[in-house]
Write a protein that binds this ligand. Structure first.
Ligand code: HEC
Length: 148
């Protein structure tokens, strides 16, 4: 029984240490996954933008909830850019300039983290102040790594 349990644990550990690409059954799944995460993130980011720009009334609870989703989604797409998953709207540079691509991911995670904190402050000025820098972190990556 104990041996069986430790075997199961070893199998789980082995699965967790597989290369990122191996998490997906096929490259198309990885592409679909990262595009889906980016799409969902951008939907919630857009709702924050609408509030920051005054297109919809400011709602503190909705802002906090949207920013929370953005910050969580910002962590997800990156394991789906593994070797052999070239394609989608991603430029080949993604697989050539690894350090720069990672740096852009980190910047996004940092800025969206600050956005979540700002949104929880419960005032529109805090949201506005952090919306721009977060958007700039999207653009900085897209300029180098995404086909427009
Ligand atoms: C570290 C780089 C990077 C950052 C930062 C980044 N993106 Fe992207 N984004 C990409 C790449 C690469 C693609 C193309 C993915 C593909 O098609 O495989 C993409 C695709 C997208 C898409 C298209 C998804 C689809 O439906 O195909 C949207 C929308 C998007 N990004 C929005 C955003 C927003 C909004 C932000 C900031 C809050 C952001 N991205 C930050 C790299 C980035």
């Amino acid at each position: 029984m104990i041996r069986l349990a430790s075997f199961a644990l070893a199998a789980v550990c082995a699965a967790m240490s597989l290369p990122a690409a191996a998490q997906f059954a096929k490259p198309e799944d990885a592409i679909k996954y990262r595009q889906s995460a980016l799409f969902v993130m951008s939907q919630h980011f857009g709702r924050l933008g609408a509030m920051a720009n005054g297109r919809v009334p400011y709602d503190a609870a909705a802002a906090a909830a949207n920013a929370e989703v953005v910050a969580e989604m910002a962590k997800l797409p990156w394991t789906a850019f593994g070797p052999g998953t070239e394609g989608g709207k991603a430029k080949p540079e993604v697989w050539k300039e690894d350090a720069k691509f990672k740096e852009r991911q980190q910047k996004l995670i940092e800025e969206t983290g600050k956005l979540a904190v700002a949104a929880k402050a419960g005032n529109i000025d805090a949201l506005k102040a952090q919306f721009g820098p977060t958007g700039a972190s999207c653009k900085a990556c897209h300029d180098s790594f995404r086909n427009q």
